[in-house]
Design a protein around this ligand. Structure first.
Ligand code: ADP
Length: 348
């Protein structure tokens, strides 16, 4: 069946040449199942003037021969991202200098806050040391469906999820080292059936590692968000993370800092704020580096409980939801203000 389709497509010639699209290598990812045919038409020139007429010609020819054909036009010049991310507007890395500062908590709550704002959101959990996204979304032990075209993300609270935790036995996280971890991250990104998303948040392991480089190479990131507590040690590590992203060769814009565990307010003293980890540390870091402070998230029992119960606290209203909503809005406006449409900000 595929041979017959190829034969037919070999009749379509690129205007001004005597060569067929197939001979020019422009027909890719051809799939023929019964009478259903799909393929990609790859043009090297961005915005090739013949793109839509050739697509129409191929589809019409196949239709004449009894096939239901669907061609997707792709411009190779735009292919800085894997095809799986073709319809993803922004890929944003969420990172921290240190473990335990609440990076995954911030990722999951930001995700549901963005969903609440009407955006389509996914998370790739690449934290090899403690992939906690499945637990935070009540998806522990879930195995995503592997279909022919890739891996179907698991959907919870309106967020599409793939986690390194879905592919490892519980407690086996330490086997995810070096190249294995990088490959797993690549696979989740490239083989995930992400579909149409406004934001894909990537929950990175703490610190700076190979996996950060893998991400930078595999994806044109829109930018990175750095999570830190106000503690001096955490801030020093956060600053190292900022330096890594901004270094030449990596060159990923840092979109802003989220300060987590900014203060504690006991239920019985709602007007009090106890600055357990120091005060305003992250906002000082943000202003010294000329970066936006995206938000300050207080220590709240509900945030921790939400993480354990599989229901991010930002879903349930109140001041925490407000803080994450604010942070998500700032993130959206920072992204909108980046120069574009460039390599990193592909506005569709
Ligand atoms: P990381 O991803 O940086 O390792 P986590 O997001 O897993 O950190 O958070 C570490 C622990 O701290 C978790 O038990 C989480 O529930 C708790 N936690 C994080 N942020 C808050 C917060 N703002 N209030 C209360 N508990 C929090």
């Amino acid at each position: 069946m595929q041979e017959r389709v190829k034969e037919l497509l070999a009749r379509v010639v690129y205007p001004g040449t005597s060569k067929s699209l197939a001979a020019l290598g422009m027909v890719q990812a051809l799939r023929a199942e019964g009478r259903e045919v799909s393929f990609r038409l790859v043009f090297t020139r961005s915005g090739d003037p013949f793109a839509s007429s050739l697509k129409g010609k191929c589809e019409a020819l196949l239709r004449e021969h009894g096939y239901a054909a669907r061609a997707e036009v792709v411009f190779a010049g735009d292919l800085e991202r894997p095809l799986s991310l073709e319809r993803v507007r922004h890929v944003v890395a969420i990172s921290s200098g240190k473990g335990g500062v609440g990076k995954s908590t911030v990722t999951s709550n930001l995700a549901v806050a963005l969903v609440g704002e009407g955006f389509r959101v996914g998370i790739v959990d690449a934290d090899i040391f403690g992939p906690s996204i499945p637990a935070m979304f009540g998806a522990e032990g879930v195995r995503p469906c592997v279909v022919e075209e890739g891996v179907e993300p698991v959907e919870r609270h309106g967020v599409k999820l793939l986690s390194i935790g879905f592919f490892a036995e519980p407690g086996a996280a330490t086997v995810w080292r070096g190249p294995m971890a990088s490959n797993a991250l690549r696979q989740m990104i490239e083989e995930g059936r992400w579909g149409e998303l406004d934001f894909l948040l990537v929950d990175l392991p703490p610190g700076t590692s190979d996996i950060h480089l893998t991400l930078v190479q595999a994806v044109a990131l829109s930018g990175a968000v750095v999570v830190s507590t106000p503690q001096r040690v955490a801030l020093a590590d956060a600053e190292r993370g900022i330096n890594m992203f901004e270094s030449p060769g990596i060159d990923v814009p840092v979109l802003g800092i989220v300060e987590n565990m900014s203060w504690f307010t006991p239920a019985e003293l709602p007007d009090h704020r106890y600055y357990l980890f120091g005060r305003e540390g992250a906002s000082r870091l943000a202003s010294s580096r000329g970066l936006p402070l995206l938000g300050q998230i207080p220590i709240v029992q509900g945030v921790m409980e939400g993480g354990e119960s599989g229901r991010p606290a930002a879903l349930d209203g109140g001041p925490v939801a407000g803080a994450f909503r604010e942070a998500s809005r700032r993130l959206v406006s920072v992204l909108a203000s980046l120069p574009g449409p460039g390599r990193r900000v592909r506005v569709k």
